[in-house]
Design a protein around this ligand. Structure first.
Ligand code: KIV
Ligand code: ZN
Length: 517
């Protein structure tokens, strides 16, 4: 018999807070829209007390997304809870998610409080959250290393104070599936009120067991699983949403649960997240990795030609991967391009098609064949997360034997064009120095990574950049067959984000005074 299980996505909170995955509020909103299309039941979208950016992102998402529960995280502290409630004010269905550590190790070394004081913290935190909403989740951080008797008292206290969902995380990815399932069974047996709330699993992947532990928890009665797209998250990551969902779809009898996820949106969601963060899943990643559906060995290819099921337990279409890779070129028309995007799952409006067709033609002039991966890169590059304040009018670079010179001409928040010459030991450094000279701000490159979108010498190179300007870090990306141009454009995108963030900060100063940060 199959049971309904809720999918709680925490990509925009636990996933986003891990290094290299941070997103601007506009990017979070774009991913939130896709998570709604994916039909997650709950999306946790930030920790409003942690930063003004998180507060703003939670507010923007809560104001727009109507079909999904929007959760915001808070410690069991009044200020955290009040800020979470404030950020969720516009939500159609908002959830406050309060947490407190419960293992002796955390109580002694981190919080420096007794077990009794921890129980008080839980009770007061949940009660305060209940003043704002009927939907309150409590998480016992490090539950899997918490003494079971004490954990049962914690759960009892949270339920008595009004929690409607109780989460028992394996915070450090330490549990084995048997142990994790046993904890859920024990809590259900010992806490009479547990039958009246949703028990939730939240697993980290330090031992590579996050998905197995989540499935074990479902079998032991969990009614919700917390997970992230591509398994991103603290350290080794969280349980991967796409793996849990597809395990349930492919093995319904063995696993016995259902969820309402639209599986054909899985690949698109994974790709969107990767293009936003610049961090792509490893090629052999289950369900969404580049090689997940590639059959290399001759014997496998032969079997596949006879009958798909020989070596394929998931049909690529089920997760939204188009089976044939159509080749487009310079002579392909607008209709052909629009049709291919449709086949890839993207319905373009006229304005988008105008922009993408121009980009496509310019790419097709430099590259003989344009593949699906190129089209996806063009699409993701075309989204503007900040108004285009800065732009190149011209960029010329010359280089050789360890030195390079770049001449740049740019428009910006000043009248007319500005020009400058930059020098460096390579063309990218020279181009960056020319841009920094024009904008009159030092630019610190924290990381630059390059990805070849398709194989071949004329491949598009996609550059992901993290830069620090005026004490703030921005990530940005751009793509071109010329990687110097792509790098310089990525830097200009980061400058546009900085300009936009400065503008938003100035306009929300009054609000900040109001909530006293
Ligand atoms: O891993 C964890 O314990 C958490 C909680 C805050 C839910 O992320
Ligand atoms: Zn976590």
């Amino acid at each position: 018999m199959s049971r309904d299980v809720l999918i709680f996505d925490t990509t925009l909170r636990d996933g986003e807070q891990s290094p290299g995955n941070s997103l601007a509020p506009e990017e979070k909103l774009r991913l939130a829209r896709q998570l709604e299309t994916l039909r997650v039941d709950v999306m946790e979208v930030g920790f409003p007390a942690a930063s003004e950016g998180d507060f703003r992102a939670v507010g923007a998402i809560a104001a727009e997304i109507r079909g999904t529960v929007i959760a915001a995280l808070a410690r069991c502290r009044e200020r955290d809870i009040d800020l979470a409630a404030d950020a969720l004010r516009g939500a159609a269905r908002g959830r406050i998610h309060v947490f407190a550590a419960t293992s002796d190790l955390h109580l002694r070394e981190k919080l420096r409080i007794t077990r009794d004081a921890a129980l008080e913290l839980v009770r007061d935190g949940v009660r305060r959250a209940r003043r704002f909403t009927d939907d309150v989740e409590f998480s016992a951080e490090d539950a899997s290393r918490t003494d079971l008797d004490f954990l049962s008292r914690v759960v009892e206290t949270a339920i008595a104070a009004g929690a409607t969902t109780v989460n028992l995380p394996d915070t450090v990815g330490y549990a084995t599936p048997q142990e994790y399932a046993a904890m859920f069974r024990a809590v259900r047996e010992r806490v009479p009120g547990a039958a009246g709330v949703v028990l939730s699993a939240h697993c980290h992947d330090d031992l590579g067991l996050a998905v197995a532990n989540s499935l074990a928890a479902i079998e032991a009665g969990a009614g919700q699983v917390e997970c992230t797209i591509n398994g991103i998250g603290e350290r080794a990551g969280n349980a991967a949403l796409e793996e849990i969902v597809m395990a349930g779809r492919v093995r319904p009898q063995a696993l016995g649960f259902r969820c309402r996820i639209e599986s054909r949106e899985l690949y698109r969601t994974s790709q969107l997240l990767s293009h936003l963060t610049g961090s792509f899943p490893q090629p052999n990643k289950a369900v969404v990795g580049r090689n997940a559906f590639a059959h290399e060995a001759g014997i496998h290819q032969h079997g596949m030609l006879q009958r798909g099921e020989t070596y394929e337990i998931i049909q690529p279409e089920t997760v939204g991967i188009a089976r044939s890779s159509l080749v487009l070129g310079r002579h392909s028309g607008r209709h052909g391009l629009a049709r291919r995007y449709r086949e890839l799952g993207y319905e373009l409006d006229d304005q988008q098609l105008d922009v993408l067709y121009a980009d496509f033609i310019s790419l097709a002039e430099r590259k003989r064949t344009v593949l699906d991966e190129d089209l996806l890169t063009l699409l993701h590059d075309s989204f503007q997360d900040a108004p285009e304040t800065y732009a190149f009018s011209e960029l010329t670079v010359s280089c050789g034997s360890g030195s390079a010179t770049a001449e740049a001409r740019m428009t910006g928040p000043w009248p007319g064009d500005r020009t400058a010459t930059g020098r460096g030991d390579g063309p990218i450094a020279a181009a960056f120095n020319a841009v920094a000279e024009i904008v009159g701000r030092p630019v610190d490159v924290e990381s630059l990574s390059l990805r070849s979108v398709t194989p071949g010498r004329d491949s598009v190179g996609q550059v992901f950049l993290q830069v620090r300007i005026d004490g703030k870090t921005f990530s940005a990306h751009s793509a071109s067959t010329d990687i110097v141009e792509a790098s310089a454009r990525a830097l200009v995108n980061a400058l546009n984000k900085l300009h936009h963030a400065d503008h938003l900060e100035a306009s929300s100063l009054n609000d900040i005074y109001l909530w006293g940060v």
